[in-house]
Ligand binder design. Structure first.
Ligand SMILES: [Zn+2]
Length: 520
């Protein structure tokens, strides 16, 4: 039986894993000697085997077909062929029996060997994998361009199954979408801390993963993922998603603020009802709380007292705000609740009046302005896109891309605002309604409610809560102020309980509407 020694190394192959032609020649000659094989020719190619058409290889195949030589010695199978055509010739000759043996230092291949195995050995698998990953990357890129996150959808969403490859969308998961959405809404509405939100999930909207409750780390990720606001991160960039958002961009940003606030005070006790709501009026640091325990000689019992005090985090200011007892703080809040505390039957009356008012149409005021702004952005976007097409400079290209993203984000924000305006138009009295609901029973809730509800009352009254010289200040919400003046009117005796049917109420501002309803 006669053998060829076949050596190949192309100039493209810089890898040190591949022996030089001289090394291959030397090793293979030695191998032939050791095995006692008769070598008739040494064939050398210095060309890549990625494409068919090597001189030496072609010559070798012809001679093998002629049947004089039936064996090949080579360093590795991938020296023989790295493209399907050449690989095919070799495997065909093997199957035909024209090649009886291919000898390499590691292994000898025979006609009966698995064709696939030989294919892999030819190194075509590498190429195949490389092509595959290139295709995957290309596919992902086109998905991203179409606004689809190319990976697994986060909780609350599903990757579409069954659709044609490359057109698979991300859809709301009927099992979890509303659950996750409710949690977002709860976080925003009640300004919950992360730990509180987690407890709400456990008790009210349990989410299971592999039959156990969702881990807090996975739960945490949900509320920091902009995907829920209709965006997604990919390749270090933010993209506008085509999926249905669960919340608006504004809500996402609000949620981040709420959760951020919590990080600063996380490591302290969660027992205090009002911790983290107030800021210090002297130095603007957070007001924290602490508990002191005293032994009462008379009752022979320990009693604890809660205090609120400035964290004194702002190093640059020497803060003088004194510690204040929980009792003093809570009394001030109760006093304010008293100022807006309107009898329940009047609140009920107001709520039913609002229901009647809601049914009448209100002119769209805001929409037109927003629509105009969107049109303006669309024009800018069109210009920027054209600019991008004609721009060769990489830095300018990057700048234009950034500008486009910025414009797209503004556009998304405006579209959300428009939608909200439309929704509000459906219920222009939502704010008043919420305030009325809040005030109804606020005192009872504040005295007896859970920590969550108590915080909700305080936060529902107004914003910018500040403690200065042991006194609480805050900015009451618009509708709360309106209630306050209504209460004053009531107590001033201007109130007639027999109200006339309000007329032209639609043209009034909400605050006027409130006073109007109650002042008659
Ligand atoms: Zn302070």
């Amino acid at each position: 039986m006669k053998y060829f020694i076949y050596c190949r190394k192309s100039s493209e192959e810089k890898s040190r894993q591949i022996q030089s032609i001289d090394d291959q020649k030397r090793e293979l000659t030695l191998l032939a000697k050791q095995k006692g094989l008769e070598v008739v020719d040494i064939i050398i190619d210095e060309k890549s085997a990625k494409k068919p058409g090597r001189k030496g290889f072609t010559k070798m195949i012809e001679q093998l077909q002629a049947g004089e030589v039936t064996g090949i010695l080579c360093w590795k199978l991938d020296r023989l062929a790295r493209n399907p055509v050449d690989g095919g010739s070799i495997t065909w000759l093997l199957q035909e029996g024209k090649i009886e043996e291919i000898v390499t230092p590691d292994k000898t291949f025979y006609p009966n060997d698995n064709v696939l195995l030989i294919g892999i050995e030819f190194g075509m698998a590498n190429q195949y994998i490389r092509d595959l990953s290139k295709n995957v990357k290309r596919g992902m890129k086109s998905k991203v361009e179409k606004g689809w996150l190319p990976t697994r959808a986060p909780l609350g969403y599903l990757n579409e199954v069954g659709a044609e490859k490359g057109t698979k969308r991300i859809l709301p998961d009927p099992d979890t979408f509303t659950v996750v959405k409710s949690l977002w809404k709860r976080l925003l509405k009640d300004k919950l801390k992360f730990a509180e939100l987690y407890r709400v999930m456990e008790s009210e909207f349990p989410i299971f993963r592999k039959s156990s409750i969702l881990a807090s780390s996975s739960f945490y990720k949900i509320f920091h993922n902009p995907f829920y606001a209709g965006l997604f991160k990919w390749g270090g960039e933010i993209h506008i998603g085509s999926h249905k958002p669960m919340i608006t961009l504004k809500e996402f940003e609000e949620a981040q603020e709420i959760l951020k606030e919590e990080v600063q005070i996380r490591h302290t006790d969660l027992q205090f009802d009002l911790k983290g709501i107030f800021r210090c009026g002297v130095c603007n640091a957070q007001i924290t709380a602490e508990r002191h325990t005293k032994f009462n000689k008379e009752s022979q019992q320990e009693k604890s007292y809660d205090y609120y005090k400035c964290t004194r985090r702002k190093k640059c200011i020497k803060c003088t705000e004194p510690t204040v007892s929980k009792k003093i703080l809570e009394n001030q809040i109760l006093e304010f609740i008293e100022e807006v505390n309107i009898p329940d039957e009047i609140i009920e009356f107001g709520l039913s009046e609002l229901e009647i008012m809601r049914k009448s149409d209100v002119e769209p005021v805001k929409d037109k302005a927003i629509k105009k702004e969107i049109e303006h952005i669309d024009r800018q976007l069109k210009n920027a896109m054209n600019l991008l097409l004609n721009e060769d400079d990489q830095i300018l290209q990057k700048m234009t891309k950034d500008k486009i993203l910025e414009l797209k984000l503004s556009r998304k924000r405006l579209a959300e605002e428009l939608e909200l305006a439309i929704q509000e138009r459906k219920d222009p009295y939502a704010d008043i309604r919420n305030s009325l609901e809040l005030i109804k029973g606020a005192k009872y809730t504040f005295l007896n409610g859970s920590k969550e509800l108590k915080r909700k009352v305080v936060r529902g009254l107004g914003s910018n809560w500040t403690l200065k010289a042991k006194k609480l200040y805050f900015k009451p919400y618009f509708t709360i102020s309106a209630l306050q003046s209504t209460k004053e009117l009531l107590e001033g005796g201007n109130f007639r309980f027999e109200l006339n049917k309000p007329q032209d109420i639609n043209k009034k501002l909400p605050s006027e509407a409130v006073s109007f309803v109650w002042s008659g």
